[in-house]
Design a protein around this ligand. Sequence first.
Ligand SMILES: C[S@@+](CC[C@H](N)C(=O)[O-])C[C@H]1O[C@@H](n2cnc3c(N)ncnc32)[C@H](O)[C@@H]1O
Length: 217
Amino acid sequence: MRPSALTLAPEVSEEELKALKESIFSVPLRGKHLEIGTAAGGTLRELMTGYDEPRPPFVVVDTFEYFPNQRAAVEKNLRDAGIDPADIDIREGRSWDLCRKALRDREKFDFIFIDGHHGANYVMKDLRWTRMLSPGGLVCLHDYKPDFPGVIWATERFLKQNPNYEKITHTGTLVILRKMREGRQEVSWKEVIAGEVFAKRLTMKKSLNKRLRRTKS
Ligand SMILES: C[S@@+](CC[C@H](N)C(=O)[O-])C[C@H]1O[C@@H](n2cnc3c(N)ncnc32)[C@H](O)[C@@H]1O
């Protein structure tokens, strides 16, 4: 069982949560806030309760297969904090399927927190949501650390391809980027394919290393 399933706590550290709050509360972000991957809703709860009423609209995207009864746990966590889960637009499904629909519906977001599946191919696809990020809006990526090379690779590649974004902070394993102005459309299919290739290579490298270790012992 994931610890957050029992504690209902955020999966970001205290210092990362502080950095998140400082960044979003220092600018008036009134448009939709999106969290991709919510675990037990701990970070969601902290961000929502940090806002004075009326808070901006919150959207959550998750497959809800992280631990048993995950959605019920998230709703309990919110209710305990005085938040009615019905006030949140909770979308159940894979983030890239939901991204396609959101793009068709021409949605707009002021804040996007990417913390779903950490494989390079998944993170790259999640970054397509930034096509709907308004200028001045923030996109945050969690678990930017060597344990998750896919997050590092996708973040750095994204920054290189999109000079209209600036890195405003890197705290612990949390990276926060600001979209300074509109640029070319973020994350083409070529980028998505590059993510698939990187992830495949990484899997092959890991299994090769495992075999080598077994042969040596
Ligand atoms: C690391 S946890 C999120 C932690 C949470 N943001 C927090 O700060 O407490 C990852 C979450 O991503 C979700 N997830 C994984 N793959 C997904 C996908 N393809 N689409 C949507 N959600 C996904 C999992 O169900 C899980 O809830």
